[in-house]
Design a protein around this ligand. Sequence first.
Ligand code: ADP
Ligand code: MG
Length: 696
Amino acid sequence: MVEKTPAQKALVKLGLTRDIDLALHLPLRYEDETRITPIRNAREGDMVQIEATVTACEVQLRPRRMLKVVVDDGTGSCELTFFSFYPSHQKAMAVGARLRVRGEVKGGFWGRQMLHPAFRKAEGELPAALTPVYPTVAQLPQAYLRRAVASALARVELPETLPPELQPPVARFDRENGLQGTWSLRESLLFLHHPTPDVALATLQDHSHPAWQRLKAEELLAQQLSQLTAKRERARLRAPELRPAHAAGALALHEQLLARLPFSLTLAQRRVGAEIAQDMARSVPMHRLLQGDVGSGKTVVAALAATVCMDAGWQCALMAPTEILAEQHFAKLIGWLEPLLAARGQQVAWLVGGQKKKQRNAMLEHIASGAAALVVGTHAVIQEQVRFKNLALAVIDEQHRFGVAQRLALRQKLEHDGMEPHLLMMSATPIPRTLAMSYYADLDVSTIDELPPGRTPIVTKLIADSRKHEVMERIGAQVAAGRQVYWVCPLIEESEALDLSNATATHVELSEALPGVSVGLLHSRMPTAEKKAVMEEFKAGRMGVLVSTTVIEVGVDVPNASLMVIEHAERFGLSQLHQLRGRVGRGAAASACVLLYSTGDSGRLGETAKGRLKAMAETTDGFEIARRDLEIRGPGEFLGARQSGDALLRFADLATDTALLDWARATAPQLLDGHPLLAEQHIQRWLGGKSDYLKA
Ligand code: ADP
Ligand code: MG
């Protein structure tokens, strides 16, 4: 095999392997080389191309070494300055040479100048179209990429995948004849790579040009098609039908659980519970996301689903992204279920990473034999050695923190007699409507939109960290009044060591500032037993202040905790801040969240940090937070690992392209049903081999 050049390797790395990939690699911006501006007409700040003859070319040494070239076109002259140059520059720009020079004009005291302009010999005709500038990387020169794209464009076949009756709502306006049909994909691509100079550049810049609209419509359609295909594929799979048992005499498990709960379910909990029950009763695997704000009571809904599953004689698995979260999130649930299961001779199995071999083997046996009806843990649950007897329901908490590969592994794991288990994913980060309609189109969503009664609203305050000592004093008063406080230290530059020293220092500082108060510390390097001990102290109310790093994620449910302090809040993501804040306000006491921010050396907060903190101060509504988060960050972060599938929209913008999204949603089923081959062709064109990722 021939060794690839660095440029070829870079093409592969950018995913530009097929002709269609190159054709869909669209310019970032354009350079106008189509016209020549007389020097006399070039004004300060203009980006122009001039054609002129060199009248002087010399190397100057003061104030530093540079090449000074003067060109003249008969209407005026312009001085070109190069701080870095090679002998070849001097040769090409020797006196008498005729050049085309392109750059930004500076009109200094000494006349017109350009700094490091692009130049070439003045020969050949001027191009008729704007010159594309493509996004690229260092190993891939612009000129090489331009040639690669141009030859791909010339070769590629772009058959229309949209029949006439399913064209997107992108009209073409013809100056002479008015509205005239639509832009085809071929036309749109050719135009966007080489637009004519009369185009309004702003419409290319903001993607509002009809050619862009056409492309975005196609892209959104590809995404909808692949989601719809995934959904239909799943609908062909079989899953065990799980219906609530109605035991004669004894109460069914779910009835026993309901009887044990110290509260009654909210209306929202009943509604989503019914939606889930309906799914599980079907012979098609459930693929449902349960979303609800922090503290909205998702766990008990999951517990009820688990009882139905176990009552029907099947196994249920519960997973959280970390060991500590698994313990915290499921502690109550296990507390409720364990006695009920024990009464029927069944048990709960734990599977986590750092387990002792002996213990782990025992667990694996219980899982394989079916003695463990409920399996709780982390990713360890989906490891290869784990064999279930008959898994029928998997619940994933904080689903966005599980990778695509892990979700795929899970589905495969669950195979049982050609069946797949039901899948219930839970998330406290609600998916904004547009995302639910696009990336998550193959997912059924249940939403808990109501908090259990008796919660008090949380007051959020933004305080500059120069006033940290005041906050510390306030903590003293809170603790004296019998309250408990969380103090969260941020992750610094992803360095666990620094992260730790920071938390340790804060711990010392707080301990000194609050004599007589028990201040605990929790961080990721602590042995599990020690972590547990600290948690226990805090839960039992014997510890007034808990200092922790986010690696740990304060996920405990301590209703008495009523103050949350987050240090360097400007470094956190919005949904992370919201999650952390949700740890207080769980009891009847008035709660507060203090966001300490630092402006660093610049003395100013960045725009996005400001936006996040403002959103936190203005609302406690998880949906509103999610909507603003989408606005601030774009969809990437919401999708978590899904972005590694490269399935993110490249061109369409969900915030502005809602009309196109609606069109794509309506069109996908029509194309798939009416023209399955075209649909397949369309998916291949846009997603190539990547569509698998969307199915996880
Ligand atoms: P999340 O949705 O964040 O996972 P949890 O399931 O942990 O929320 O519930 C938060 C707290 O609210 C828990 O202490 C739980 O026992 C309690 N809770 C759940 N449902 C209700 C309800 N209907 N009434 C009162 N308290 C409830
Ligand atoms: Mg939870």
